[in-house]
Write a protein that binds this ligand. Sequence first.
Ligand SMILES: [Zn+2]
Length: 203
Amino acid sequence: MVNTMFLVTKKGVIVVDAPPDLGGKLLMGIEEITPKPITHLICSHAHADHIGSAHLLARDGLKILAHEFTARFIKEAHDDNRPLPNETFSGARKEVSIDGERLILEYSGDWHQAGNLFIHLPEQKILTAIDSFTVKNAPFFRLLFSAHVPAYFAAMDQMLQYDFETVVSGHVALFGSPEDVETNREYIGDLRPPPPRRCAWWT
Ligand SMILES: [Zn+2]
C-alpha cells in the first residue's frame, strides 16, 4: 500500500509521485477535489513503485521535477511508464515557487536512493519524505533498502529539523507526525550497535 500527496494551487495541481498501486485512482481523487489541470509532478526518487504511473499524468506542458540523480536512474531504466524529468537540479537544495506556493526540495544524502528528496511545504507544515520510514511499523524494510545505513540514521535527525505537523512517508494508509519520526529514530537508535571498543593490541 502506498500514499502520496498533491497540492491545489491557483492555476493547477502539484503532484508528488504517481504510484502504480494508485494508478488511475490518483487522477480520480484529484478530480474529486478540483477540475484544475495537473501542472507539476515532483518525483521523490526513481523507484517504480512510487512513480511507475507517471505516464498517466503526462501531457504537453507538464513539468516533471526531480534531482539530477533521479533523472539519471529513470533514463537508465528505459521505462515508458516513467517519463524523463524536464526540470532537474543538482546539489542539495532547490526552492520553487509555483503559483504562490512555496516548496523546498532538499537532497541531504542517499538515505534510500541517490537523489531522494525531502519535499517541504512550510506554509502547510507538510514534509514529504517518501520511503523514509513506515508510520507505526518497524523499520527493518527501510534499513534493508537504505543505500547507506549511516545516512538513514542521519535522515531521522534531518527530518526533525523541519517545521512540520504531517509527514507523508510513502507506505501504509497512515500519515505521520513529528512524534512518529521521533519514535522511529529512537527505535533504530536501539538497534544501532555501539562503537567498537579500542583494544590495547590495536593501539
Ligand atoms: Zn523507494
